[in-house]
Design a protein. Structure first.
Length: 340
């Protein structure tokens, strides 16, 4: 029996259906891998490093990120990676990859495509997000469109920074070309999704004033009578954020009575005092007129420099004219406060 006559038998129809089914079975595997491609998703975003001190910026990196850096791509991109394509990001920055404040101080930073800080984005050089390792790191394994992120990290070092808000503007030029339908042999057999867009990320970091203090303990040594203790002359060193004017005060201690500093051993006491300068007689305290200003420092007077320490010399004495208490170890704790 042939199928060339105008009349078609049921048996001939069955043969045609089988032939059509075989043809469809041949095409479907060739068109199994599909992806939705990419699209512009935002124009401007912000990323803040928060508020830190100048001292912490020097000792530890600060991190921030933006979840949507301007482009969203389909999670099923992993299924079409065998075909030629790219998702390129080229960045440029206003301040040359540095956060800058009004005084002109700068903090360098780096840009990355992933949260493990493996794929660094160098300004002016395209980074291609279209590779399996990076897409897996970003979690783009689903079927829905997901925004591409960016990560930012400051660089530590001997940075001399004043207080203020530090900013920079990052412009990201995106371009992409993604085949949306790929054959089993990784041949592009479907439409190619192409496009380009620009986005802006505004970065900020705020630095506040801060100081570090280095103060040695005072030891009067051992003596049989209170009148036999020798004075002790030492220096308190302070390092503060650049441009910071401040004052240094000393508390009356843990055992003071009517403003008189005392070292204690149980219920017994030895009166003593701390005076400003190597041989001065002006009490160094915490009230008005008793504190020391940064401009009066004995070493490097003036506002804080951010990198060098300023020294405040003092002399401490066990006061004569008091009865010698029972033998023992007498102690006190004095709190140093820096106000700015």
């Amino acid at each position: 029996m042939t199928c060339l006559t105008p009349s078609i038998s049921l048996e001939c129809l069955k043969k045609r259906c089988l032939w059509l089914a075989a043809f469809l079975c041949f095409l479907l595997p060739a068109m199994a891998n599909a992806a939705p491609g990419c699209q512009a998703s935002t124009g401007t975003g912000t990323a803040s490093f928060g508020s830190q001190t100048s001292i912490k910026i020097n000792s530890s990196t600060q991190n921030t990120s933006i979840a949507n850096a301007g482009v969203a791509c389909g999670g099923s991109l992993l299924t079409v990676l065998g075909a030629p394509g790219y998702i390129n990001a080229v960045v440029s920055t206003t301040n040359g990859s540095k956060l800058k404040n009004a005084a002109g101080d700068t903090i360098p930073y780096q840009i990355f495509a992933d949260q493990t800080y493996t794929y660094q984005i160098t300004p002016g050089t395209a980074l291609n997000y279209y590779n399996s390792t990076l897409l897996n790191l970003l979690g783009l394994t689903g079927s829905n469109n997901a925004p591409l992120p960016m990560y930012f990290r400051t660089v530590t070092g001997a940075l001399n920074l004043s207080s203020g808000t530090y900013t920079d503007t990052v412009t990201v030029n995106w371009s992409w070309s993604i085949c949306t339908l790929v054959s089993v042999g990784n041949l592009c057999i479907g439409p190619v999704n192409t496009g380009s867009t620009s986005s802006v990320v505004n970065l900020s970091l705020t630095i506040g004033n801060d100081c570090t203090i280095n103060a040695p303990n005072i030891s009067f040594g051992t003596a049989p009578l209170v009148s036999a203790f020798s004075p002790v002359t030492q220096t308190i060193s302070v390092q503060c954020t650049k441009g910071t004017s401040y004052t240094v005060g000393l508390s009356d201690g843990s055992n003071a009575s009517s403003g008189q500093r005392r070292m204690a051993n149980g219920g017994n006491y030895i009166n003593y005092e701390i005076y400003q300068g190597a041989s001065g007689t002006t009490r160094w305290g915490s009230t008005a007129g008793q504190t020391r200003a940064s401009g009066s420092a004995d070493v490097n007077p003036g506002a804080g420099t951010g990198t060098s320490t300023q020294g405040f010399v003092y002399n401490s004495k066990v006061l004569t004219g008091q009865t010698t208490p029972p033998a023992g170890t007498y102690t006190d704790t004095v709190v140093i406060s820096v106000g700015f």
